[in-house]
Design a binder for this molecule. Sequence first.
Ligand code: SAM
Length: 233
Amino acid sequence: MTSDGAHAGKPLDQSLDQKVIDGQSGYSKPFLTLYDLVVYRGTAPLLWRCPPAVSRKLYDSSVGARHMDIGVGTGYLLHHAKFPVPDPRITLVDLNRNSLAHTAHRLRRHQVDTVRANILEPLPVAPRSHDSVGMSYLLHCVPGSLREKGIALAHAAAVVKPGGIVFGTTVLSAGVPVSGRARRAMRSLNKRGAFHNDADSLDDLRAQLDLHFDRHELTVHGCVGVFRAWTAA
Ligand SMILES: C[S@@+](CC[C@H](N)C(=O)[O-])C[C@H]1O[C@@H](n2cnc3c(N)ncnc32)[C@H](O)[C@@H]1O
């Protein structure tokens, strides 16, 4: 199934703020062919100091039989994830059509649905329908302070079953160790609109996880916040 969402009766593209558009517009077809190398061999381990093994372990320990991934990029982590069943059902959610198409093709061995949606709006998906939701390296692409874009966590929480898990990672700029090189890279990415994390702190992330979930675990690897959060059973 493929769904190209609408919001409040308007076609999705007409409801988007320019900063939201900027946060996903870099994911062109040519960039997606380089993405795994650039992110998982480059920026994540070298700048943000979060090796891919951390993200792979997060996925292996968190994905459920009916999984939703929001902000899918190339589907690198889903492609490598160890699912608890041989035939998982996977819903891919992204604002960018290239990311959705690239990931759906990569995961074609599984049963995959795609939904084009902006995570700042409620998801056009049945509530309490999934076991798990992954949001890897998504929130730092989304505009607003964590107090504002934390609503994305509420939208993810709404689609997991009672006791279900929402997990992910995000690059933070405060309350975590940020090297000089990482700080310069973040400044440039924020200036271009590819990142929106210049006000994102560890304390604000923790407060949003507290607000939207029954309980959570939050750890830091380099300047990346890594979270697992559960709705009430
Ligand atoms: C940095 S990539 C992360 C890809 C993948 N999850 C990973 O960890 O490698 C961010 C993804 O989020 C998507 N994205 C950015 N803003 C979004 C929004 N407001 N709503 C939904 N998806 C968004 C982009 O199109 C892109 O596919």
